[in-house]
Design a protein around this ligand. Structure first.
Ligand code: PLP
Ligand code: TYF
Length: 393
């Protein structure tokens, strides 16, 4: 039977990661895959995670199954972290999932079960896996304009115009903060206007929030998600713990459905059903660490302090790169870098220019000129800035 299989499209970001590994040049710079790295290029285990692991190793006395929806304490802690008191706990259904990707996948499947004709509107551009999973599931998808490559800002007018074509019941997929791949985000005022548009047209928001704490702060980064969830009757939220807890390979995430009345239990039962169909029980180790950290004052304070350092480090690198490019180009062309938030910024270079940066300068970024800010340090910022100016002029 396997002879009938066909080649599948490769994940370009992961392919780039391999190319970087295979490059023998000592001066190579990796600005590809979205993983946080410190100034030495290392992805450390966060202090609170290490402590929680030690505590859990001492305390854990069974490896029996957890529930289909995951450990309720994890779900409670995450609902609290993402939604705080913006919605009543009784209005939230939730399941633990393998990472944010698992939450996205289960969210899409839930939509398909509830409303197979609904069109899913995704930003142009968006995280490539959104599109590939939707395609794999055979779900109708359309794009809305999002990014103005000239200014490096959100094309909000274009976004509104495109979404005005959506039909009642269509789903709008939004990045809760730190947009991947552009780094450009709506202002709170624009989020407010978007909420009105979704209310007027009876659109259903699905929010993917994979970088809470990487932009302006834990509460600041969740503000848009909380606004949407508290303003509309139904919201789906896929949250990832990979980045903000640095537990990428533990596969820790959660899908939340904010709903009204009887729909809450119906959503809960269907989400647990989806977990059972796809893998039975979600992974527990990463979820357990997150629960321990969020429910212990000392661990939580230490985690927040380290996350703040991570965030401020990336903000400092942004400002430094924008400053260096301003100096070299004598223009404000790259000022947007300082205004973007999260790990990523899209530089606005052509595929050829990105290719030249790789071949001639050993600088690796995604083909759409997305850079991972955390891949830089004080030594490589001038190198990158000089190379950008060289290929772009
Ligand atoms: N959503 C977005 C926009 C992402 O960038 C990512 C990647 O990190 C994820 C979801 C899911 O990440 P993970 O499955 O590793 O938690
Ligand atoms: O966009 C990124 O780089 C991260 C990590 O299939 C990632 O979201 C990349 C590709 C992928 C899964 C995660």
């Amino acid at each position: 039977m396997f002879e009938a299989l066909q080649e599948q499209p490769k994940d370009k970001i992961l392919a780039l990661m391999q190319m970087y590994r295979d490059d023998p040049r000592m001066t190579k710079i990796d600005l590809g895959v979205g993983v946080y790295k410190n100034a030495d290029g290392h992805t450390p285990i966060m202090r609170a995670v290490k402590t929680a692991e030690q505590q859990w190793w001492n305390r854990e006395d069974t490896k029996t199954y957890v529930g289909l929806a995951g450990d309720p304490a994890f779900n409670d802690a995450m609902v609290d972290l993402v939604l705080s008191d913006s919605v009543m706990r009784d209005n939230v259904a939730s399941i633990a999932t393998p990472g944010g990707t698992g939450a996205v996948r289960q969210g899409f499947e839930l939509i398909r079960m509830a409303s197979s004709k609904a069109v899913i509107w995704v930003s142009d551009p968006t995280w490539p896996n959104h599109i590939s999973i939707l395609k794999y599931l055979g779900m109708p998808t359309r794009t809305y304009r999002y990014f103005n490559a000239q200014t490096g800002t959100v094309n909000f007018e274009g976004m509104r115009q495109d979404l005005s074509e959506a039909k009642p019941g269509d789903v709008v997929l939004l990045h809760g903060c730190c947009h991947n791949p552009t780094g450009a985000n709506l202002t709170m005022d624009q989020w407010g206007q978007l909420v009105t548009l979704m209310q007027d047209k009876d659109l259903k928001p699905m929010i993917d929030i994979a970088y809470q704490g990487f932009g302006d702060g834990l509460d600041e980064d969740a503000a848009a998600t909380r606004l949407v969830a508290s303003s509309l009757p139904e919201t789906l939220i896929a949250a990832s713990c990979s980045k903000n807890f640095g537990i990428y390979r533990e596969r820790t995430g959660i899908l939340m459905a904010v709903a009204q009345g009887e729909s809450v239990k119906m959503a809960q039962d269907n989400m647990a059903f989806l977990n059972r169909q796809n893998y039975s029980f979600p992974p527990d180790h990463g979820a357990r660490l997150v629960t321990l950290i969020l429910s212990d004052d000392n661990l939580r304070a230490d985690w927040q302090a380290e996350l703040k350092d991570v965030r401020n480090g990336m903000l400092r690198l942004r400002t430094a790169l924008a400053g260096e490019l301003k100096r070299l180009t004598n223009s404000d062309r790259f000022d947007f870098l300082a205004n973007h938030r999260g790990m990523f910024s899209r530089l606005g270079l052509t595929t050829d220019q990105v290719e030249t940066l790789r071949s001639d300068h050993a600088i690796y970024m995604v083909g759409d000129s997305r850079i991972n800010i955390a891949g830089l340090n004080d030594d490589t910022i001038p190198v990158l800035a000089k190379a950008i100016v060289k290929v772009a002029s």
